[in-house]
Write a protein that binds this ligand. Structure first.
Ligand SMILES: Cc1ncc(COP(=O)(O)O)c(C=O)c1O
Length: 458
């Protein structure tokens, strides 16, 4: 089978295939916002489309491509594994590469996380983490944060803080209680009934890119200790260098009881995830030989995924990407805050490392305020597309919004970007913002037309 020729031959049919067999609504969205490109290849921080145009990837597959696309070391490792006829998933054995990756993860994890369970995705990791906490504590209740995102399977959805995702799925798991992010008092009110198995949270919330105050994680840690609840850190997006530390919880010197990782561990090539837990938690789940499969997943320890994970950790370390994420993140944050001083549509720039949110807000000047109000009265979600669409169309930069109704764009580039990529992004954003600050102007007309098209096709 010649897969490369097959893809080349049928590349132009991609959107028709998706409309017919996968998700026609998503295809419509891509068409409306002008993102319906056919990508041919990717390397590092860049994608190439079928016309040969280079596109700068400031989305990184929502946090998958920390080491960039198609990293040569990961490719080499995967090729070597494939050529060695690997004894993957014998199931009634213990695979060597899984052991090596578990050892490597434990060696970089926050203190005390000594046992590893492998999964295929972030949501699957969250499901397992919730089960582990319930079994370890003998309690059933879970506390989670408003605006939280932990994946879309039913258990993970039960701790999702966004009404849009939860809708039409209720009733979800009983005994799951939301609290505002960054509010220790509200957390203590729930934990003190001593019936809470776990408090689960993202160190930096992906939806909207909200960062906590410095006392929040240490405070949550001591409340969990005081009331006997497990602290689950969902590092699916923040983990593996994204925020300028290997794991974001280390910014506050906190070690959770359970930590979930996924996305970037894949090297961008083979789906993988892991639940890291304290040994006592793991031992309560797998507490007898009868229960050695008390939680399991067929593909969890497959050799390709394990090898991709090992190669990714090797690259992160060898290329000092965690430090680089911190440095490039500081640079981008400072420059973006400079732009915020010049452009009144920007309300706030926040984030850590290379996870940055640019939040827009109602401007002061009369003309722009009129445009802002008009657009928001037509559609609460469209303003950011006024920025992301021209970034793509005119500057070939891929970015996206940070959630519904938040007027926030999320910047999530691969950690391999250098000053050249950062500066190209900044100058392009500067040009797009300048255009958006002219009302009436072409940016507002495009947004208005988009709102009309969206309303018509709803
Ligand atoms: C913080 C967080 N947790 C969990 C998930 C779910 O991961 P997956 O899509 O691999 O199931 C995501 C996905 O975006 C995430 O950002």
């Amino acid at each position: 089978m010649d897969i490369v020729s097959l893809v080349q031959k049928r590349l132009s049919e991609t959107y028709e295939l998706h409309s017919r067999c996968i998700n026609p609504q998503f295809v419509r969205v891509l068409e409306v916002i002008g993102f319906q490109r056919n990508y041919r290849s990717g390397k590092g921080a860049w994608l190439v489309d079928e016309r040969g145009e280079k596109v700068l990837d400031f989305l990184a597959g929502f946090g998958v491509f920390n080491i960039g696309r198609n990293h040569p070391v990961v490719l080499q490792v995967l090729r070597e594994i494939l050529e060695s006829d690997p004894p993957s998933m014998v199931q009634m054995d213990a695979g060597c590469i899984a052991g090596l990756l578990a050892e490597a993860l434990v060696s970089i994890a926050p203190e005390g996380l000594e046992s590893v369970f492998f999964t295929n995705s972030g949501a699957e990791g969250v499901e397992g983490a919730l089960k582990f906490a319930r079994q370890a504590t003998g309690r059933s209740r879970i506390v989670y944060c408003e605006r939280a995102f932990h994946g879309l399977t039913l258990g993970a959805l039960s701790v999702n803080g966004n009404a849009d995702f939860r809708a039409r799925n209720e009733p979800l798991l009983p005994d799951c209680t939301p609290v505002p992010f960054n509010d220790l008092e509200a957390l203590e009110k729930e934990l003190k009934s001593r019936d809470v198995a776990a408090f689960i949270l993202e160190p930096v919330q992906g939806k909207g890119v909200f960062t906590p105050d410095d006392d929040y994680f240490p405070g949550a840690r001591s409340l969990c200790d005081r009331y006997g609840s497990c602290l689950i850190a969902d590092e699916v997006q923040t983990g593996l260098g994204r925020t300028g530390r290997m794991f974001a919880v280390s910014h506050w010197g906190v070690s959770p009881d359970i930590m979930v990782v996924s996305k970037a561990l894949s090297g961008g090539l083979v789906p993988v995830g892991a639940i890291l837990a304290r040994r006592w938690i793991h031992s309560r789940v797998f507490d007898s030989m009868d229960r050695c499969f008390a939680h399991s997943s067929t593909f969890g320890q497959n050799d390709l995924a394990m090898a991709a994970g090992l190669a990714t950790l090797h690259v992160l370390e060898r290329e000092s990407l965690v430090r680089r994420a911190g440095e490039m993140g500081d640079y981008l944050l400072a420059e973006l805050r400079g732009l915020a001083e010049r452009y009144e549509l920007i309300r706030e720039v926040r984030g850590m490392g290379l996870m940055i949110g640019i939040q827009f807000g109602e401007p002061r000047s009369l003309a722009l305020k009129t445009g802002w109000k008009l657009l928001h009265s037509m559609n609460e979600d469209l303003f950011c597309q006024m920025i992301t669409m021209p970034l793509m169309e005119k500057h070939n930069i891929l970015t996206q919004v940070a959630g519904h109704g938040l007027d926030t764009i999320k910047i999530l580039p691969p950690l391999v970007i250098g000053r050249a990529e950062a500066d190209y992004f900044l100058s392009s954003l500067d040009a797009v913002l300048a255009e958006a600050h002219r009302f009436p102007g072409s940016a507002w007309t495009t947004a208005k037309n988009l709102a009309i098209r969206t309303a018509r096709s709803a």
